[in-house]
Design a protein around this ligand. Structure first.
Ligand code: 0GY
Length: 310
């Protein structure tokens, strides 16, 4: 089914719509599991896309997100501001406030954000800001502006989510390690999984986590990182096999600092759109024991996003 973009927007030519009718996962999520990385897009007619955006997605509403949550067996969501909405957090905030306390958010803010606005975001459920260094997604923001934002949101008990390409880690290292907050890395720092898991590139990322106990990682996006793709290698094994050693390594070494999320509705995938049920079936391969699964899906996200209940 095609999902046209509303509000007078036309989605980017190569845009793949999210997967309709995902399978029911075979893996049963532990009770209270949190989808700690997902987005809402618009709908554009209600929440217009930002003029400075680098892509126009298909609409993906809060109702569709929460239907997926229930279908997959999650209890809660962390809705991360997507770059197509710039620093207008309205769609993400609307999703959080309509969730009945079952969603928290990660916002994008500019240096000019007022204290009142930060308080308003906090009341809506926002607990972090995202700093994005992926050049195809955002324009450059000076580091001193980001540090200023980080020191302000630190006072609210929020954390910083960072999204970057693995090749840029050396250059960004000093900035990242100067952040005063908990720092959550999107998608394991986007490793090139055709390289060795114990090669220099991924070792640098592991060193980053090892030397900085305030750094957490989302072990997300096998569909984005995989080179071999969704093809299952045999009847019993799930897809995205080339990502497994990377994610498994991070989960086993840092079990108390990892998060998992669907990444629905999967922005900017150009080759295939994953079946979200299949993505959930990926989890036991990277977190093979019930204890690791509970940390990854319940304890860690609750500690970070719902500390008052933890
Ligand atoms: C992701 C990945 C992407 C995009 C965004 O905010 C965004 O636009 O997050 C991407 O294109 O890699 O984290 O979902």
């Amino acid at each position: 089914m095609s999902k046209p973009t509303s509000g007078g927007f036309t989605k980017t030519d190569t845009w793949l719509d999210w997967y309709d009718g995902p399978s029911k996962p075979r893996f049963q999520l532990p009770p209270g599991s949190v989808d700690a990385h997902c987005h809402v897009f618009g709908p554009g007619a209600e929440f217009p896309y930002a003029p400075e955006r680098k892509y126009t997605p298909c609409d993906a509403s809060k109702a569709q997100l929460y239907a997926l949550r229930d279908h997959l067996g999650f209890s809660r969501n962390v809705v991360v501001q997507a770059t197509c909405h710039g620093a207008d957090n309205s769609a993400m905030v609307d999703a959080c406030v309509s969730s009945g306390g079952r969603a928290r958010g990660v916002a994008t803010v500019r240096r000019s954000v007022s204290d009142e606005e930060l308080q308003r975001l906090h009341a809506a459920g926002v607990r972090g800001v995202r700093f994005n260094f992926v050049k195809r997604l955002v324009d450059f923001t000076p580091k001193e502006e980001l540090l200023e934002i980080a020191s302000r949101i630190h006072l609210l008990g929020w954390h910083v989510v960072i999204y970057f390409e693995a090749v840029d880690l050396p250059e960004l290292w000093d900035f990242f390690t100067a952040l005063p907050t908990t720092v959550v890395v999107d998608h394991m720092g986007t490793p090139d999984v055709s390289k060795l898991v114990d090669g220099p590139e991924f070792e640098l990322f592991l060193k980053f986590m090892r030397e900085h106990p305030n750094v957490w990682s989302k072990v997300t996006c096998p569909e984005r990182l995989s080179v071999t793709g969704p093809r299952a290698l045999d009847g019993e094994q799930a897809a995205y096999q080339d990502v497994v050693p990377f994610a498994r390594r991070v989960v086993s070494e840092f079990p108390d600092r990892v998060l998992w999320g669907t990444d629905w509705p999967h922005p900017n995938l150009r080759k295939h759109m994953p079946d979200d049920g299949l993505l959930v079936d990926f989890i036991p391969q990277i977190a093979p024991t019930a204890e690791l699964q509970k940390k990854l899906l319940v304890d860690n996200p609750m500690r970070l996003y719902w500390p008052e209940e933890h």
